[in-house]
Design a protein around this ligand. Structure first.
Ligand code: NDP
Length: 330
């Protein structure tokens, strides 16, 4: 074994401009942690786009290896919970932001950041799900915990052709829900129908009406901003909207009327600091719900060397479904 491994490394200059380079990194430079993992795959998420391009200050210290998720095999462990050879998954905990992440052949992390691979799970499938699918699964579970059933009516998914949106459609459809996909790319209608959307609509127009004709039993929103504000007045009495994204904006200009006159619930979803025991349930449910055909339909595997270009593409809303990063190809 050599003393170095390959990684995408971010640095920042004195003008706070972010630079990236594929380079060899010494094992001795890996951060503290009780488990070392040989990474098979990472993935590309919206936050990775922000980190690699430097367009938002998500990276807290430099040099940084970005990549907010990974799956691989334990090569060394001083934790009682993991042994050499165990297959593991990591999402969140600030990895790729303040702790070196997944765009590398190796990572070292605290044991509590890891989840054991569910039985029959593979690294490729785990990263097809990745942070996006994990978050979409949390959103679906939040709707279920608020008693939104498949009999209640249509569920709206916004940002439908992106990573979280694609995952939400596939998960909801497999669980028997009727899913309406809202997208700015209607040319991807066949892709969205193949994932399980029963109807495709354009992006919701901004609305200033506090209440409107109800259309949605529930919604999963990755876009935020004016689009989230346009969803709330259209939600059925007692319906729920799970919200986790800001691809379209972080402001939310709305009124209290959907909440106080229709009992609508706005459910915040955070995957980063999600407690460990809940993570295990989320992963098991995601693996048990998504079929191999759906996972295959959503993924595109790319070499590590393509990440900088793809980081620009995801911020421009040009990525379809899930990009899997093969860290052994650079
Ligand atoms: P993607 O880029 O893959 O998907 C976002 C989708 O939103 C795009 O594909 C596009 O879909 C739509 N979109 C993009 N720009 C706009 C715009 N200006 N107005 C309206 N729609 C737009 O990103 P991800 O799925 O990885 O992430 C989506 C969001 O969720 C991000 O903000 C991300 O940070 C957040 N997120 C939050 C998590 C949490 O724990 N809270 C975890 C994971 C993600 P289309 O072309 O179909 O309209």
């Amino acid at each position: 074994m050599t003393n170095t491994f390959r990684a995408l490394v971010l640095t920042q200059d004195e003008d706070r401009k972010t630079h990236h380079a594929l380079q060899d990194v010494a094992f001795s430079d890996l951060p503290d942690g009780d488990v070392t993992v040989k990474i098979d795959y990472s993935s590309l998420n919206y936050k990775d786009g922000l980190a690699v391009t430097g367009s938002s200050p998500v990276v807290r210290s430099f040099p940084m290896i970005p990549g907010i998720d990974f799956a691989g095999t334990v090569t060394a462990s001083s934790s009682d919970d993991y042994s050499e050879g165990d297959n593991v998954i990591l999402t969140g905990w600030g990895v790729g932001e303040k702790h070196w992440g997944g765009y590398a052949e190796y990572a070292r992390v605290p044991a509590e950041y890891l989840v054991k691979m569910p039985e029959n799970g593979t690294s490729l499938d785990a990263m097809t799900i990745g942070t996006a699918g994990f978050t979409a699964m949390m959103a679906v579970m939040a709707l279920q915990e608020h008693n939104i059933t498949a009999d209640d009516g249509d569920i709206l998914v916004t940002g439908a052709s992106g990573g979280t949106g694609s995952m939400a459609i596939a998960l909801l459809a497999e669980l028997g829900y009727s899913v309406v996909a809202s997208t700015g790319r209607e040319e991807l209608s066949d892709y969205l129908k193949n994932l399980g959307a029963s109807d495709i609509i354009g992006r919701l127009e901004p609305s200033s009406r506090p209440l409107a004709k109800t259309r949605w039993a529930g919604a999963i929103d990755s876009v935020g901003g004016d689009i989230l504000a346009a969803i709330l007045p259209e939600v059925h009495y007692g319906g729920s909207v799970a919200c986790f994204g800001l691809a379209g904006g972080s402001d939310l200009n709305t009124t209290v009327f959907p909440f106080i006159l229709r009992g609508v619930n706005l459910l915040g979803i955070d995957s980063v600091m999600c407690p460990s025991d809940y993570r295990v349930q989320v992963w098991e449910k995601a693996f048990n719900t998504l079929t191999p055909a759906k996972l295959e339909a959503m993924r595109q595997i790319e070499p590590l060397s393509n990440v900088p270009q793809l980081a620009n593409d995801i911020l421009a809303g040009q990525v379809r479904g899930r990009i899997i990063v093969d860290v052994t190809k650079y």
